[in-house]
Design a protein around this ligand. Sequence first.
Ligand SMILES: [Zn+2]
Length: 288
Amino acid sequence: MLRRLKKAKKVLIGLLLVALVMLGAGSLIDQWLFKVPIFGFHNIIAGRGGKESYLDYTQSDLEKFLNPLVEGNYWFLDADSLYRYFLTKSQPIPAEHRGQKPVMITFDDGWKSMKTYVLPTLEKIEARTNKKVKIVLFVNPNSVKVAETGKPPHRSKKYINCSDIKEGFEKGYFDIQGHGFSHKKLTTLGIDDLKAELSQGKDFVKNCLIGLNNTETVMSHLAYAYNKVNRRVRKYAAQYYLSGYLYNNETLRLGWWSDPYRIPRLRVYKQDRPEKLIKLAAASSPIK
Ligand SMILES: [Zn+2]
């Protein structure tokens, strides 16, 4: 009996050692992987009142998060830069970015707060540091339409309209990308509805920017609504978009396994302190 117990103890210690070595090797390998943290925000609010959603983030916390990144000379990627320089490597990274750490700051759903709170925050940061923070907005064309037409009135004030989009884009802060026509769960749709949800309204949003330069890359990348994607959705998304973004709370680690249609994003919740987000951003790999 005692001998069996001793043997079991040895096996247990052996297994524990193997697990420790594997964990150590895993984190060692992880250190070598090139990482790009991509943050997924939603609505931005003036302050906490207790009634807001868990996805709302306050303007002052957003500013506290962005300030050290700007001062640390981070590279705020737009969707085209991530695709071109990191996912497909179709072009070499311009030398001016050497030493910089890349991050991406994204906002889903096209809330009106992009105009009322985010834009002024970015302008304030630029006035102080002379540096421009580029952000990616994943918008639903139907919401832009609602805001633009004022119908129905009770929803029209919730979202950014064409002139908000145009202003942020013209000033060089907004990259405008897609989030599905009307925020449907793509995995639940039949083929025709899926195609419509992916393609409808892309031109409507592009037309908001008519007459401006550098609009070729607008609405060419997609964030899946509700983080809902499967093989079928991925296949059809590839017909209308160059890449697809998840909302799965992971950091992008580049390698042979990187799928441009399954780009991970870190979730940002109301209770997340700016310090926590700054730490996550700091895990980004400097460009060599
Ligand atoms: Zn959404």
